[in-house]
Design a protein around this ligand. Structure first.
Ligand SMILES: [Zn+2]
Length: 500
């Protein structure tokens, strides 16, 4: 199994007034206007009068607002959408996804993007959001059809911007997100735990990251009993914890940021077997690890001057004679003992040991990503992800970053008081509660017990990881939610910038 081609389509830019010749080079043109475009806006386009007449005949408020074909040689398909000047980033990304889907559902090739009627800043933001959507749609997810489909978008052409738009960030984020979605979509027999580790090793080599794999032997020596409890149900010795290191300068430096991800290759639920519908998409239960490694790729693509560790906890969660079961007591790397309750709460077991290892390397901050609990989806829907932290002061920053990145999150409380619901008679605590509500809060409070050295830590429960029809700029079911968010944490938030 080889890694996918992650190269984005080329982005051409033609600044200033849009002429007929540049329209001629587009198979489709996405035209983004204000909700009530003035006649002067249409005058900036060849055939603008015709477009204005088409628009007048249509009811307002639909997406696309209108489509038409130009009478040039290519018969360029114009797909227009409107958006308010104060629209949120999420709304801009969503508009991008819908317009790209409309334009590229038909013939594909060279996709033009033109934004008219906004201030310079608004226009740059809209261009970037629509590019993000186009780069997500241009990427081909794993396909095992005997007949290969062709690439949906060959190139992007930005038309009408006043000055050159720096697309390096949106392109790096697209690569990270595309990688995360590709890995998550892979069938679990095509990408088992061994194949996943091998792919990550290849990726590390290509990007000059250091790579270390802790196999079950080494993890046994370390005493990683929580992770190994999950792994013991595998029918082969495939489980492992991977550690990647990106060091742009001093190789020995402690990490400024440590990314940790849950990588359950397939989650059957284990001995407490899931029913059919709940198990169906459980090859996606490694999305947290895919988001962690996708984020590392985006950071590395931009050659950001920060030291980053990345830890991936990779195993299956299977049934079988050796699989762990309720009432087993296991000891984690940090010596804490866990009374197991439900084998389908395997994510927190795999992450517990991984968080100990990650925090022992004393990074400045840890972010972990996990498709962890159903209760987080119940609490906040699949349009947001939940965040939890041992630094409650970060709550406003975490929310703000969700708003400005368009990958929206909402914080929940954690803490010792919730551990009362995980009180055990035979071990330090229960793995989860057989009856208490708020499993997302209990799971995060449980994980906090495994963060050592009082390391600042943020846990993201990826309730927005799986959306039929897509979310924001991404049209696929698996969204890769978290890559764009974390890049915004690093690059946009002043608090984090000061720390890095
Ligand atoms: Zn599970």
């Amino acid at each position: 199994m080889n890694l996918p081609e992650l190269k984005n389509p080329h982005i051409f830019q033609k600044l200033g007034r849009v002429d007929a010749k540049s329209l001629e080079s587009c198979d489709q043109l996405l035209l983004i206007l204000t909700p009530k475009p003035a006649a002067s806006h249409f005058k900036q386009l060849p055939s603008g009068d015709k477009m204005q007449r088409v628009l007048r005949k249509l009811p307002a408020g639909s997406t696309p607002t209108f489509t038409t074909r130009l009478s040039n040689v290519r018969q360029t398909l114009v797909v227009s959408g409107s958006i308010a000047k104060d629209a949120s980033i999420f709304e801009q990304l969503t508009l991008g996804r819908k317009l790209v889907a409309e334009a590229c559902g038909k013939n594909t090739g060279s996709l033009g993007i033109c934004v008219i009627g906004f201030s310079a800043d608004q226009s740059t933001s809209i261009y970037n959001c629509v590019i993000a959507a186009a780069l997500a749609a241009a990427f081909q997810l794993p396909s095992f059809k005997s007949k290969k489909s062709k690439a949906p978008i060959k190139s992007l052409r930005l038309l009408g911007a006043a000055k050159r738009i720096d697309t390096s960030r949106v392109e790096a984020e697209a690569k990270g997100n595309n990688l995360a979605r590709w890995l998550t979509t892979m069938p679990p027999n095509k990408m088992d735990a061994i194949a996943y580790s091998d792919l990550v090793r290849t990726l590390a080599k290509a990007n000059d990251w250091s790579f270390k794999r802790y196999g079950t032997k080494e993890l046994t020596q370390l005493g990683a009993g929580a992770f190994l409890a999950v792994a013991q149900g595998n029918d082969n010795d495939s489980a492992g914890i991977l550690r990647l290191r990106y060091r742009p300068s001093v190789k020995t430096k402690n990490a400024d940021l440590s990314l940790v991800g849950k990588g359950i290759i397939f989650d059957t639920g284990g001995t407490n077997l899931k029913p059919f519908q709940s198990m169906l998409d459980m090859h996606g239960d490694m999305q947290g690890s895919a988001v962690a490694v996708g984020t590392l790729l985006a950071i590395s693509e931009l050659q950001l001057p920060i030291a980053v560790d990345c830890w991936l906890a990779i195993t299956e969660n299977r049934t079988g004679p050796n699989a762990y079961k309720s009432q087993d007591v296991v000891t984690a790397v940090n010596g804490k003992t866990i009374q197991t309750v439900h084998t389908d709460a395997e994510g927190r077991m795999a992450l517990a040991d991984t968080l100990v290892l990650a925090s022992r390397d004393k990074p400045a901050i840890i972010f972990d990503y996990a498709t962890l609990t159903g209760s987080c989806v119940t609490a906040i829907t699949a349009y947001y992800s939940g965040v939890f932290t041992n630094r409650a002061d970060l709550h406003p920053h975490l929310k703000h970053t969700g708003r400005i990145s368009g990958e929206r999150v909402w914080p929940f409380p954690i803490g010792k008081e919730f551990m009362a619901d995980l009180k055990s008679e035979t071990a330090d605590f229960l793995q989860c509660s057989p009856k208490a509500p708020g499993d997302h809060i209990l799971a995060a409070s449980f994980l906090a017990e495994f963060v050592e050295n009082d390391t600042p830590w943020v846990h993201m429960d990826l309730s927005a990881s799986d959306n039929d029809g897509g979310l924001g700029h991404v049209g696929s079911k698996f969204t890769g939610f978290g890559v764009r968010y974390t890049m915004s944490v690093i690059l946009d938030d002043n608090l984090f910038k000061a720390n890095l």
